[in-house]
Design a protein around this ligand. Structure first.
Ligand code: AMP
Length: 443
C-alpha cells in the first residue's frame, strides 16, 4: 500500500516524500480514507504509531478541497492537545505536512503572553493547535470564533481527562458548531473516554491498531528491584555500566525531578529537568537541548513529557513508577518509535509493588526482573504477575516458645482447627480470620 492509493493529493504526497514517509503506518492506512470520507473517528493508537499524520494529512486535504476561505479571527480545523509541548510538536508536524498547501497553521497554549496570539489570530488560521485552557481564554476575549470550524481533533484525549480538562472540554463542546467532523485519538480507551466519545462523535468509525492497552512490542522492558533510598545511586551505576548516552528519565513529582537533576549535576553529569512549575521557555529549551544531544539526561514528570517525539530515543528509565498505570504505556512509547527498537528500565522499590502489579495487569505481561549486584534490596519487592496478584511470601513460622510441645507445625494445625487458639501454652503463629475456615464467597 502507498499513500497515493489512499487517495491523497499530489502536494501532500510530495510533502510526505520529502519527510521520507514511504508506506502508511497501520493507523494511517485506516484513518486517512475514513477522514477523507468525512467520517467521525475514534482511534486507539499508541504514541509513535504515526497517528499525527493519520489525522493531520487527510484533514489538510479536506481543508484544501472543501470549505470557504478562512475569515478574520476564525479557524477551520482545531486540534486540542493536553500539553504545551505536545501542541508545539503537533503543530510542527502539521506545518511540515502542509508545506505545499495554501493553508495557514498556528499553535496557542498557556504559559506565554496571550497578546501575540490574539494578533496572529486576527487574519484567521486554517489549522489551530491549542491547549484547552488557552483556547477558552482566547474565545472569551473574542479573539477567536468557531463558527467556521469544519473539523475538531481531540489528540491524546485520555490524557486531557487525566489532567482534569473535562470541564474545559465540556465548555469547548458548547462553543462548537453542531455540524462538524470530530476525530478522537487516545492511547487507551477508558470508560470515561467512551463516554466523551458518546457526547462528541456521531456514528464514529472505531480504529484500534494495536491490542487494547498493550505496550509497544518494539520496546524491551525490565525491572530492577532496589531500595527507595538507593535509587539515585543505582541509576548512576547503571548509567556508567551501560554507557548510556541519551536517556529520558521519569520521576513522579516535581521535587523528585529537581532532586535527581541536582544530584546528577553534582556528579558532573549533563542533566536537565522539565516539569509543570518551570516556565514554558525553560522547558522548551531543555527539550531542544536534549533533542540536539547537548543534554544527556532529561528528567521529567509525566505532564511535561507527554507525547514528546524524540527521534531514535534508545532508552527510557522509570526512576519512579507512574501512579496511573496507563502512563507507563505513554512513557515507554517515547522509545521504540516508528519501528526502532528501544529499552525501558524501571527502578522499583517495595512501596511501588501495587503500581507494578497494575502495570503488568494492564499490559498483560509479567515484567522481567533483573537484580543488580550490590543493589539487592533490603525491603524485598513482592512477586507480581499479569493477573494482578501480589504474591506475599508467607513468613517462616517462628519456633514456638512452648515448654513441652516439641516440634509442631502450628500453622497447619491452627488452620485445620486441630488446636484451640485459646490453648494457653501454645501461641498461634498467625491469626486465622474466621472467613478462612469456610468456603469463599464470591464478591
Ligand atoms: P506520531 O505517532 O505521530 O508521534 O509519529 C511518530 C514518528 O513517526 C514521527 O517521528 C513521525 O515523523 C514518524 N512517522 C509517522 N508516519 C510515518 C511513516 N508513514 N513513515 C515513516 N515515519 C513516519
Amino acid at each position: 500500500m502507498t499513500f497515493a492509493t489512499l487517495g491523497l493529493i499530489e502536494p501532500l504526497l510530495r510533502a510526505l516524500e520529502t519527510l521520507g514517509y514511504q508506506t502508511p503506518t497501520p493507523v494511517q492506512a485506516q484513518a486517512i480514507p475514513a477522514v477523507l470520507a468525512g467520517r467521525d473517528l475514534m482511534a486507539a493508537a499508541q504514541t509513535g504509531t504515526g497517528k499525527t499524520a493519520g489525522f493531520a494529512v487527510p484533514l489538510l486535504q479536506l481543508l484544501t478541497m472543501e470549505g470557504p476561505k478562512v475569515s478574520a479571527n476564525s479557524v477551520r480545523a482545531l486540534i486540542l492537545c493536553p500539553t504545551r509541548e505536545l501542541a508545539e510538536q503537533v503543530h510542527a508536524s502539521v506545518a511540515e505536512y502542509a508545506q505545499n498547501l495554501p493553508l495557514t497553521t498556528y499553535a496557542v497554549y498557556g504559559g506565554v503572553s496571550i497578546n501575540p496570539q490574539m494578533m496572529k489570530l486576527r487574519k484567521g488560521v486554517d489549522v489551530l493547535v491549542a491547549t484547552p485552557g488557552r483556547l477558552i481564554d482566547l474565545f472569551r476575549q473574542n479573539a477567536l470564533k468557531l463558527n467556521q470550524l469544519q473539523t475538531l481533533v481531540l489528540d491524546e484525549a485520555d490524557r486531557m481527562l487525566d489532567l482534569g480538562f473535562s470541564e474545559e472540554l465540556a465548555n469547548i463542546y458548547r462553543m462548537l458548531p453542531k455540524k462538524r467532523q470530530t476525530l478522537l485519538f487516545s492511547a487507551t480507551f477508558s470508560d470515561e473516554i467512551r463516554q466523551l466519545a458518546g457526547q462528541m462523535l456521531i456514528d464514529p468509525l472505531t480504529v484500534e491498531v494495536s491490542p487494547r492497552n498493550v505496550a509497544a512490542n518494539t520496546v524491551k522492558q525490565w525491572v530492577v528491584p532496589v531500595d527507595k533510598k538507593r535509587k539515585a545511586e543505582l541509576f548512576v551505576h547503571l548509567m556508567r555500566k551501560g554507557r548510556w548516552k541519551q536517556v529520558l528519565v521519569f520521576a513522579k513529582t516535581r521535587n523528585g525531578v529537581d532532586a535527581l537533576v541536582e544530584k546528577l549535576q553534582g556528579l558532573g553529569i549533563n542533566a536537565d529537568g522539565i516539569h509543570g512549575d518551570k516556565p514554558q521557555a525553560t522547558r522548551q529549551r531543555a527539550l531542544d537541548r536534549f533533542k540536539s544531544s547537548d543534554v544527556q539526561i532529561l528528567v521529567a514528570t509525566d505532564v511535561a513529557a507527554r507525547g514528546l517525539d524524540i527521534e531514535d530515543l534508545p532508552l527510557v528509565v522509570n526512576f519512579d513508577l507512574p501512579i496511573v498505570a496507563e502512563d507507563y504505556i505513554h512513557r515507554i512509547g517515547r522509545t521504540g518509535r516508528a519501528g526502532n527498537t528501544g529499552e525501558a528500565i524501571s527502578l522499583v522499590c517495595a512501596d511501588e509493588v501495587n503500581m507494578l502489579s497494575a502495570i503488568e495487569m494492564l499490559t498483560r505481561q509479567t515484567l522481567t526482573r533483573k537484580m543488580e549486584q550490590d543493589f539487592e534490596p533490603e525491603h524485598r519487592v513482592p512477586d507480581t504477575d499479569a493477573t494482578g496478584q501480589v504474591v506475599k511470601k508467607p513468613k517462616k513460622p517462628k519456633k514456638p516458645k512452648a515448654s513441652g510441645g516439641g516440634k509442631r507445625n502450628l500453622g497447619k494445625w491452627v488452620e485445620s482447627g486441630e488446636v484451640s487458639v485459646a490453648e494457653p501454652s501454645i501461641k498461634p503463629v498467625r491469626k486465622v480470620p474466621a472467613f478462612n475456615t469456610g468456603p469463599r464467597k464470591k464478591k
